[in-house]
Design a protein around this ligand. Structure first.
Ligand code: ADP
Length: 404
């Protein structure tokens, strides 16, 4: 059985999925797992497609000190215990910089180029590149593909891509990239089958997870995003503030004496729903809480989604449909109800029964703009890209290796 390994490596975890390649290039998810607690309490957990447990094992901290070691352990487990030798590996890489507008087959030159973008995403890019380098060193002929969170947004026009700062900084790469691109690309590719009438029209997609952003799609292409240079901008998130006057950052430095790395930690870990509520970064906890600050945090989240919808509808010059996706968007009927209320002036109206049963279409029939719930699948998107790039690489280089 031919399989594709999808890897999503962060600072303390490596998530993996295995897809089998079926007839006509169809992909079927076989395994989902992750090694988390790298450098603290390493643990490998994995299950099969039906949720059947395949592994749950803890490791001593010194056995898994870093992401590269975690990747090696995961690779050994797949090969030696499950007898899985992937024909290719697809990686989620947060930053493709200004140039990559699609996934790329990895070689040493690509890695060197992606290393240049480490300073554009210092918290993510080095961890994304670490397993790539280790596989390249140990299995140089195994095809690897980098799939970027930024690539889907490279279709933005100049106005959406710029900040009003001197051009030299733009030339260096200080641009409004936008993120969650693999999720938006999956939705854009899924819409023609879910909603053929609107797939080519003006659509706002709200990716509401622990990271959250919104994207304006026109004819299936991204024209604007709430995120910019980093994944800090736009909507409030679990622990990130979303849009913030840069003057607040100056205040933290000049009045609070915070260093750059203190500010970075603060903005990535202590703000957003967690900072505002003082209760939790998890929407489920906030929805359960009686604390008025938890209520304020939810109100703020919904309010900012409404404001952003107005901004994106202006970029699109109108709106033909709205799509919810990701953890909160797919699962919280309450948040969806409140957001659709905010969208009333744009022509949206909720069908509460369809919403409460998490139906595909949750808007009222017979008028207004349709509102959809479409579960995202970034890993499948990566597997599909990997398979299609593999086909082109195979025609160029028939001598390929498996992870063995
Ligand atoms: P990410 O991939 O960005 O880590 P997800 O898309 O998995 O995040 O979304 C995670 C978030 O989804 C959680 O923080 C939680 O707040 C929210 N979530 C998941 N299920 C529910 C639910 N039933 N009700 C409300 N929020 C939910």
């Amino acid at each position: 059985m031919d399989t594709i390994l999808v890897v999503n490596a962060g600072s303390s975890s490596v998530k993996l999925q295995i897809f089998s390649v079926e007839g006509e290039g169809r992909l079927r998810r076989q395994i989902k797992g992750q090694m988390d607690g790298i450098g603290s309490r390493p643990r490998l957990k994995a299950s099969g497609a039906g949720g059947d447990p395949l592994a749950d094992r803890a490791y001593p901290i010194e056995a898994v000190p870093d992401v590269a070691t975690a990747m090696r352990i995961v690779g050994d487990w797949l090969r030696e215990e499950l007898r899985i030798n992937p024909i290719a590996v697809g990686h989620r890489v947060v930053h493709g910089g200004p140039d990559y507008d699609k996934p790329v087959l990895i070689d040493h030159g690509v890695v060197a180029r992606l290393e240049r973008y480490v300073n554009l995403a210092p918290l993510h890019q080095p961890h994304n590149l670490s397993p790539i380098r280790s596989i390249l060193a140990n299995f140089p002929l195994l095809p690897q593909v980098a799939c970027f969170d930024t690539a889907f947004h490279r279709s933005h026009g100049a106005l959406a891509d710029h900040y009003a700062i001197p051009h030299q900084l733009y030339a260096e790469g200080v641009r409004r990239y936008g993120f969650h691109g693999l999720s938006y690309e999956y939705i854009a590719r899924t819409l023609p089958s879910v909603a053929p009438d609107i797939a080519k029209r003006r659509v706002i997609v709200a990716h509401l997870g622990s990271g959250a952003s919104m994207c304006a799609l026109k004819d299936g292409r991204s024209v604007e995003s709430t995120m910019g240079f980093t994944a800090l901008d736009g909507l409030p998130m679990g622990t990130r503030p979303g849009q913030l006057d840069p003057g607040v950052v100056l205040y933290l430095i000049s009045e609070k004496g915070m260093s750059a790395s203190n500010v970075q930690n603060f903005l990535y870990r202590d703000c957003g729903l967690k900072g505002l509520s003082g209760v939790s970064n998890d929407m489920r906890e906030l929805e359960k809480s009686e604390n008025p600050k938890a209520k304020l945090a939810i109100d703020y989240f919904v309010y900012r989604i409404g404001l952003s919808a107005g901004m994106l509808a202006a970029a699109l010059r109108g709106l033909d449909a709205f799509v919810f996706t990701a953890g909160i968007g797919e699962n919280s009927a309450t948040i969806r109800e409140r957001v659709v209320e905010q969208l009333g002036w744009l022509g949206a109206a909720l069908d509460p029964i369809e919403n409460s049963r998490h139906a595909r279409v949750i808007s009222r029939a017979g008028g207004g703009i349709p509102v959809y719930v479409v579960p995202t699948d970034e890993e499948l998107m990566i597997a599909q890209h990997t398979l299609s790039l593999l086909a082109s690489s195979r025609s160029r280089n028939p001598k390929q290796e498996r992870l063995s």
